[in-house]
Write a protein of this length. Structure first.
Length: 357
């Protein structure tokens, strides 16, 4: 039985984001139409998505402070949760640029949208460079705004401080994790352990564990409660990203909003790929290794998918997702948290690891 309404929660997060962007648009209005274009693209970047980070922040808070225990915190908590979505949007804008992705959620990636504007207007200079510059600046702007939104969420200084400290740690981890990923792709090799390190710091921690910790920190969690939520959040975050890796190779483009086999075209050295390279016959492993990051047609994508499937890597990753999720849920069942929050977090665990997008 569903114990909360995720669609209603997503709507409320969107309302907070829209209001926040209205405030930022007013601040930037004196800068003229170019600044307005940045805000317009920010609205695009902040629309849609599952809002998992906001949800885990909310229920991390409610795990420590149950609903009804502090009725006045609703608006402040909503803004704090929304700040994680602004951080996420910043990471996606930068990630798409670094990966040279053309699309995001079925729309042009930010750098491609600005590039198309430049080209369509017939401006001077290089359109691709303009798009890259705009994406860097928008990602930076969103990164700054994410901290602003949390800091001005409405919680008192003493209450917001623990959440901000974790937020700053999360921000550092995801940026450093992104650089680990870039470096791995540049070297063109990664064993399973290296790929897992990238996965953990680029995505797993900031997707689930840190949002839980930020919410719990805002609620005044004890060190014991923070550790209990870590035992739930970290393995679940790893399972979440492993599912994302599977979708990046085997996902339906109509569901994911990305081209078929997008991670293969981008040359992603994921855990899935590392396992396939270890297990595939030498000739097949060499074909997969050499094809990563090159232009691939539909037949090439199908061939590489077949190599990964036949190696057993896909089934192995599915098994690991299941075991990590079970470990996370078992840890949560033993944790000292509110019972309703526990039930919702179990639902969120299933939604995060069994999704098709």
């Amino acid at each position: 039985m569903t114990t909360w309404d995720p669609a209603d929660f997503r709507d409320r997060v969107q309302q907070v984001l829209d209001a926040f962007l209205d405030e930022r648009a007013d601040e930037l209005r004196p800068l003229g139409p170019d600044a307005a274009r940045l805000v317009t693209e920010a609205r695009t970047a902040l629309r849609g998505g599952k809002r998992f980070r906001a949800a885990f922040c909310h229920w991390g808070y409610r795990a420590v402070r149950p609903e009804g225990s502090d009725a006045s915190s609703g608006a402040a908590l909503a803004r704090a949760c929304a700040s994680l979505e602004v951080l996420h949007a910043s990471a996606l804008v930068h990630d798409d640029l670094m990966d040279a992705s053309d699309t995001r959620r079925g729309r042009p990636a930010t750098h491609r949208a600005f590039e198309a504007e430049h080209r369509g207007a017939g401006w001077r200079g290089d359109a691709e460079q303009y798009g890259a510059a705009a994406a860097i600046l928008l990602g930076d702007l969103l990164l700054g705004w994410s901290g602003d939104l949390l800091r001005t969420s409405g919680f008192g200084v003493e209450q917001v401080a623990p959440g901000l400290a974790i937020f700053e740690q999360c921000r550092s981890e995801v940026i450093a994790g992104q650089f680990l990923d870039v470096s791995v792709q540049a070297r063109g090799r990664a064993d399973v352990d290296t790929a897992m390190t990238v996965l953990r710091y680029k995505s797993a921690k900031y997707s689930i564990e840190r949002p839980l910790h930020i919410g719990a920190g805002l609620a005044g969690a004890t060190p014991v409660q923070v550790e209990q939520l870590r035992r739930f959040g970290l393995p679940l975050g790893e399972a979440f990203q492993l599912r994302d890796d599977l979708l990046g190779v085997f996902g339906d483009p109509d569901e994911t909003g990305k081209p078929a086999g997008d991670d293969l075209v981008e040359g992603k050295r994921t855990v899935l790929v590392a396992l396939a390279l270890d297990a595939a016959p030498p000739a097949a492993a060499r074909r997969l290794d050499e094809a990563l990051g090159t232009p691939l047609g539909p037949a090439d994508v199908d061939e590489l998918r077949g190599i990964i499937e036949d190696s057993g890597a896909r089934a192995q990753v599915e098994d690991v997702i299941g075991r990590l999720t079970d470990r996370a849920v078992d840890s949560l069942r033993a944790a000292d948290v509110d019972d309703r929050a526990r039930d919702v977090l179990v639902e969120l665990a299933a939604a995060a690891t069994q999704r098709t997008v």
